[in-house]
Design a protein around this ligand. Structure first.
Ligand SMILES: [Cu+2]
Length: 575
């Protein structure tokens, strides 16, 4: 045995004996209000990128995408929902479980797909749910089964990824139970916050937003916003028959002295929100599906696609307090007609029907993400030096008839629903069509991407990467300058959705350890439809083995048959 080999042996032995010593000292410990870091044989320090509990459990769900008329804020409109409700049912699993979801398209028009936002989909790329990338759309009347492993734990969500369906209400929460980085008594579950519009995004698209927001300023303001998927809206002075005036504020009842976990999910079509609870400090314990070292704040800023898990203690006088979601009008020069997105925190024993008179924390409006230094992953991971590094310049242009597009390195993305990238990979396509914005990346590498605003309109964009949590190596205003900005490779924040500041940059890095076609796009629904997206085709040769070709083709055949006679033509990027 040579010296190198001996060294290897002793290292392994050391790791093994440390592990044993720890296990004996601690033993398996049960997750409870005073031991949330525990999770049986595992705990909050377990490296979930390497270890997945083998529970042997499969959780099965059925979702149906449907057209419905709903009035979540008391203003009636057409929505798209799963299983008749906004949001759709909660998909729940334990860390390590396998999740199987049967999706049926009961929509009157259009195909659909379901993306499981934040789910790693390691070696299950064909279940990622992106039309024209990982599958053909599910035709009306058809069904498809998605299957994935809960390799991480925390708060995620699912949503339609066919054009702007998400913006019309086609989404629901995912809760994966596991350890947490701080203790709490009660899990209040998912709470969606969002802007809310009084007509379908597909109509607004045709009327306005396909002609851009910058610099023509044809963007549509949201009429209202929702806290926990509900709100009120004044109808007293309105003769609009859709204005029912039946909207209600969300009410959450708490018991004095107890600590509560709330899983915030931003399902907005557009914009940034600041969420706070009057008089109550928030302890932030996770950013997206990444547990973080807890920090205390009086509010969190959140944008479309992001999640924050927060804990607060009911430590104030028994009473009623406002839970606030404030739309940040300073971002992207956007606005909302009614920035009054509130819920009520009601203490047991307080007057039940009394409006809170509590006052807002002194919160200044601002865009972007939570402070970079605060988002410290609990399971620390350092980033290796780059094997490859590329620049992605974010710009925009108008094509004929003043149709507006965002572009990455001058290229807008347009998806061909009938020819998904996975299928092209399986057919060993020589080249991907230029408009599909494919970047080929090979395996076992660290790739860095410098996302830089070069659009001169100071627009912020929340970038979401499928199939990975990325590491945020740098994030700031101005031009990224490698001589003055040092990339942070020492346990940087990592998550699946992060903001590139207007006139600024976002430098991300990730390991190419997951074969598949992965979309990276701005999560503002208008911007996605306006082509702000690219695809990473990662470890291309390994993709065909992940596909059930017969089922894949069957979905495509049914889609093609439907699409031939369909009344609606593709008029956006398709995603
Ligand atoms: Cu954007």
């Amino acid at each position: 045995m040579g010296p190198a080999r001996t060294n290897w042996f002793w290292q392994r032995l050391l790791v093994f004996s440390c592990y044993c010593a720890q296990a004996i000292a601690n033993g398996p410990c049960k997750n409870s209000p005073t031991s949330r870091r525990c999770w049986g044989e595992y705990n909050i320090t377990t490296d979930y990128s390497v270890v997945t509990p083998d529970t042997g459990v499969t959780r099965e769900y059925w979702l149906a995408a449907q057209n419905l008329t709903l009035a979540p804020d008391g203003y009636e409109r057409q929505v798209l929902v799963f299983n008749g409700s906004l949001p759709g049912p909660t998909i729940e699993a334990d860390w390590g479980d396998t999740v199987v979801v049967h999706v049926t398209n009961q929509l009157t028009d259009n195909g659909t797909t379901v993306h499981w936002h934040g789910i790693r989909q390691q070696n299950s790329n064909p279940s990622d749910g992106v039309p024209g990338v990982t599958q053909c759309p599910i035709a009306p009347g058809d069904s498809m089964t998605y299957r994935f492993r809960a390799q991480q734990y925390g708060t995620a969500w699912y949503h339609g990824h066919f054009s702007m369906q998400m913006a019309d209400g086609l989404y629901g929460p995912i809760v994966i139970h596991g350890p947490a980085s701080a203790d709490y008594d009660v899990d209040l579950g998912p709470v969606f916050v969002s802007d809310w519009y009084h007509q379908s995004a597909f109509i607004t698209w045709r009327q306005k937003t396909m002609y851009g927001g910058f610099p023509a300023r044809t963007n549509a303001n949201a009429e209202n916003g929702l806290f926990n998927s509900t709100n009120n809206y004044p109808c007293d002075d309105s003769d609009d028959p859709a204005c029912l005036g039946t909207g209600k504020r969300s009410e959450t009842t708490v018991t004095k002295g107890k600590r509560y976990r709330m899983r915030l999910i931003d399902s907005s079509l557009d914009g940034w929100m600041r969420v706070s609870i009057d008089n109550h400090k928030l302890i932030v314990i996770a950013a997206d599906l990444v547990p973080i070292v807890p920090y205390v704040t009086d509010n969190v800023v959140i944008t479309s696609g992001q999640r924050y898990d927060i804990i607060f203690e009911a430590d104030q006088d028994v009473g009623n307090y406002w839970m606030r979601t404030e739309y940040q009008s300073v971002c992207n020069m956007l606005d909302i007609d009614r920035n009054d997105i509130r819920g009520i925190l009601h203490y047991e024993g307080a007057e039940p029907d009394e409006e809170p008179t509590s006052e807002k924390w002194p919160i200044l409006p601002a865009c972007g993400d939570e402070p970079y230094d605060k988002l410290v992953p609990y399971v620390a991971k350092d980033v290796d030096v780059a094997d490859t590094q590329e620049d992605l310049g974010i710009g925009w242009f108008y094509e004929k008839d003043l149709v507006f597009h965002w572009a990455i390195n001058t290229k807008p993305l347009t998806i061909d629903w009938s020819h998904p990238t996975d299928l092209l990979a399986a057919q060993h396509a020589v080249e991907y069509p230029e408009e599909t914005n494919v970047y080929n990346i090979s395996g076992n590498q660290w790739t860095y991407w410098v996302i830089q605003d070069v659009g001169f309109v100071d627009a912020f964009h929340p970038f979401h990467l499928h199939g990975h949590d990325f590491h945020i190596l740098a994030q700031g205003r101005g031009l990224y300058n490698p001589t003055t900005v040092k990339l942070n490779r020492k346990n940087p924040p990592r998550r699946d959705t992060a903001t590139m500041a207007g006139s600024g940059y976002l430098v991300i890095g990730f390991e190419t350890d997951n074969p598949g076609s992965w979309l990276m796009h701005c999560h503002i629904a208008w911007h996605t439809s306006q082509s702000l997206a690219l695809q990473f085709v990662e470890r291309e040769s390994e993709i065909p083995a992940l596909m059930d070709m017969e089922k894949f083709q069957d979905t495509c055949d049914k889609w093609d048959k439907y699409a031939k006679g369909a009344a609606h033509e593709q008029d956006d990027s398709g995603i």
